[in-house]
Design a protein around this ligand. Sequence first.
Ligand SMILES: NC(=O)c1ccc[n+]([C@@H]2O[C@H](COP(=O)([O-])OP(=O)(O)OC[C@H]3O[C@@H](n4cnc5c(N)ncnc54)[C@H](OP(=O)(O)O)[C@@H]3O)[C@@H](O)[C@H]2O)c1
Length: 332
Amino acid sequence: MKTVRISLIGFGAVGQGVASTVLSKRDFLKKQGIDLRFVGITDSKGSEVDENGIDLEAAISRKKDTGSVATGDMTALEIIRNVKHEIMVDVTPTNIDDGEPGLGNMLSAFGAGRHVVTSNKGPLALRFSELNEAAEDNGLFFRYEATVAGAVPIFNLVHEALAGNTVTGIEGILNGTCNYILTRMTEERMPYKLALKEAQELGFAETDPTYDVGGIDAALKLVIIANSIFGTGATYHDVDVTGITKITPEALELASNNNSVIKLVCEAVNGTLKVAPRLVPKRHPLAVGGTLNVASIQTDLAGRITISGKGAGSIETASSILSDIIYIARHV
Ligand SMILES: NC(=O)c1ccc[n+]([C@@H]2O[C@H](COP(=O)([O-])OP(=O)(O)OC[C@H]3O[C@@H](n4cnc5c(N)ncnc54)[C@H](OP(=O)(O)O)[C@@H]3O)[C@@H](O)[C@H]2O)c1
């Protein structure tokens, strides 16, 4: 049995999703010879540390009952640097101004000899090359499947299953909130504001929806794709971004009369990065509805490969994080 010790930095929707997924998969993992042991968990109020392995069920209950996982006040950076473990999982909030606290957590983890797994887009959209180099210089894994399209395994697909192919372009729908709003506007002929209000009431859109509807969230994901797959060294500022706020029901109806839908499409083709509303034929693989995400990858050998699935959700995102953890566990 291989024991892999983990610190979990952030214990919100995704962090708790990771903990409950590992709990429910414990026997399944043990059959594969992997014993995952969480030695530190933090939220914004404090932390729990146990070098012998935290009781995850108790940690989840305490978070639900008291609003915090904390039983002590060791900081995330102290845990990352001083508590012995193999993998640091950063699931702190995305911040696109300076990437913190995730950026500092990741660089400290590499400095301390920990592999990194994350769902946090901010640090990757701002400082991808630096993070990748820090991982390589220290001979460590840097895995970030959950940063783009939640459960949809774009990076595993390209780097593992399609290894040997040259990817010549990628198109995708990478923001579930925009896709939901556009789908409802098309199906119900709803004005934009009403569809946004519905998305907010259903919890698909934030109270401040600017990141989503302005195309910023999709652009961050496109930057991560460009860096990871094309090695372009791009940042958010290299993306030409237009959001969906100016789309009218009339435009959607006109599109529909021409057997098309309007989607917020992300494109990385011929060195250019673009996020903009685009006409997509109704039968095209990119024409997925609701909150779904989709990525369509053009390759030289395999041709075009398209995958779609859930782009958010605590368990769906935990699926990608667990897959990255298992990848590392198998390779160390
Ligand atoms: N939710 C999704 O479906 C989804 C999908 C893909 C990617 N993501 C990304 O995954 C990350 C986590 O998302 P989430 O939905 O779990 O967010 P969340 O519910 O807001 O959780 C964030 C967690 O980080 C903690 N935190 C904040 N500042 C911290 C600090 N300085 N040190 C330690 N912990 C800190 C928060 O503490 P408190 O609990 O005390 O507030 C909370 O536990 C984000 O970067 C998000 O963009 C989310």
